[in-house]
Design a protein around this ligand. Sequence first.
Ligand code: ZN
Length: 391
Amino acid sequence: MLNETNLLWLLLPVAALSGWWIGQRVGKSKNNQSSSSIYPEYFKGLNFVLNEQPDKAIEVFIRMLEVDSETVETHLALGNLFRRRGEVDRAIRIHQNLIARPTLDRDQRAHALLELGMDYMRLGLLDRAEGLFLELIESDLHLNQAYTELLEIYQQEKDWENAINIARKLELISGKKLNPVIAQFYCERAELALLEGNMRVVKENIRRAISFYPNCVRASLIEAQMYQRTGKDKLAIKSYKRIESQDSDYITEIIGPLFECYRKLDRVDEFVEYLRMLVNIYGGISSLLRLTELIAEREGENAAIRFISDELKNRPTVKGVDRLIEYTLSKSEGETHEHLKTIKDLTAQLIEGRSMYKCSICGFDAKQLHWSCPGCKSWDTVKPVFGVAGE
Ligand SMILES: [Zn+2]
């Protein structure tokens, strides 16, 4: 089968030979001696290939492959192949060799710069890569790719200010909708400020996040946390509740903290009403379980059992069944009790092993909420899992 490695081994000698041939053709018109000095080199290289000495073969072939306008594309293709094979040092040598040639035209040089920048990215040499991409932007070439790579660099460096600037420029030239991502960058800054206790900066960044993307759930969550930490529970409730209209998938995230706020304000009745509304409209298991707990507390366990078993008929979920068994266990005895315990162990195991969050882009399973997917680095794509085994 012709894989990438085989392709490289086919391409190298052919490229070298064609470079030699061009050299010979040009040479013939000027100097008949040149061909005889290159020709043995080709066989030397081929010999290394046959003897499976790739390092030496590559050196020889690259030496043969003189850089001129007709072979630049071959050099670029070779460099690209080396990088993809993980041989980044070789790719860098090829690209640096290209850039050093004064004969390269503007486009060719820009292409080589771009490739060298990608080599540095691959090695994690972000500063060097950044310099090259900025140079490309200055010369107004390969803008889309240069901005995209720069955006990647600033995110890796957590340089949110530059990330915001670059994302806005990329949005302009590419037409890509980056507003939700820019809002996430502001949220990163807001979260840092919250850790430092600088509420003025938190507010400023939340305001900007929401102005870029009004449905930014994370901004509402950070705002709510800020209010909650400073004892402003009424305002915190307002911010948490905003999430329902922004993206109801995230309701799971607000149930616990909302309960704390209402309890502190001694307004749990209101919270119960809110939960009933959430269960009726969205049916999430987090709301259902919290409501069941409150019913058990206020009206007794029998009322809780009746409520949850009715709800489970409409929306069966493992977590719901697990809770129903838990309540029923205390009321059973003898053999029934033992059977129920066995089932409870099973449901507990099912819940325990489950990832409650999943990335909609790459399928990454997570036990907690991530704003940037640990698998594919996409923003805002890891969400609570719904269905029988999830929410
Ligand atoms: Zn992902």
